[in-house]
Design a protein around this ligand. Structure first.
Ligand code: AMP
Length: 191
């Protein structure tokens, strides 16, 4: 199973990604988590990514694409993977297509979590307090939403034309949202 999970910052992608990936026996690969791990370890990749992350901007495609390519080349991703937070730009869509084509498979589904914008701000502010994330200040939160609308929302249409989009209501209890995702994905044929 090869899946991507989309939705605006704060839609609950990370929480759902882990449960859904476990269900299908595939790794959940979060580009945001990989970047944060590199920032906290002070690696060269982390140093490149931090200023973009702190400003709520996207890390350049070349950096992100190389990182994802290396990650999905790892053996645990042979049976498939769930990408959380990638692709986010049209250039990343093309890059991912190339990576998957190379393995002889196809992208099976794009799950899009939809949420109420007011709810998102509340969630992100709460998360900032709990996790101490430096990219969750109000100004940066707003910028991240704008960048999502400008650069990432158009990708939904690209995948819709391929007939693989599953729009899921992301509001409500975590378990309810998970159930909705399973209902949609359990009938998806795997390439
Ligand atoms: P996330 O945890 O998915 O919200 O990601 C946190 C931050 O990491 C984003 O605001 C970006 O700065 C960076 N990032 C994560 N994924 C990507 C991506 N696919 N392309 C570019 N930047 C990304």
């Amino acid at each position: 199973m090869r899946l991507i999970l989309m939705g605006p910052p704060g839609a609950g992608k990370g929480t759902q990604a882990k449960v859904v990936a476990d269900h299908f026996g595939i790794p959940a690969i979060s580009t945001g988590d990989i970047f944060r791990a590199n920032v906290s370890q002070g690696t060269p990749l982390g140093k490149k990514a931090q200023e973009y992350m702190d400003a709520g901007e996207y890390v350049p495609d070349e950096v992100t694409n190389l990182m994802v390519r290396a990650r999905i080349d790892e053996p645990d991703a042979d049976p498939g993977f769930l990408l959380d937070g990638y692709p986010r730009t049209l250039a990343q869509v093309e890059e991912l297509d190339g990576m998957i084509r190379h393995t002889g498979h196809e992208l099976d589904a794009a799950v899009v979590l939809t949420v109420d914008p007011d709810e998102i701000v509340a969630r992100l502010v709460q998360r900032a307090e709990v996790e101490g994330r430096t990219d969750d200040t109000e100004e940066v939160v707003r910028r991240r939403q704008e960048v999502y609308v400008e650069q990432t929302e158009p990708l939904i249409e690209v995948y819709r034309r391929r007939g693989i989009v599953h729009e899921i209501d992301g509001m409500g209890a975590v378990e309810e949202v998970t159930k909705r995702i399973f209902c949609a994905l359990d009938v998806v044929p795997q390439s």
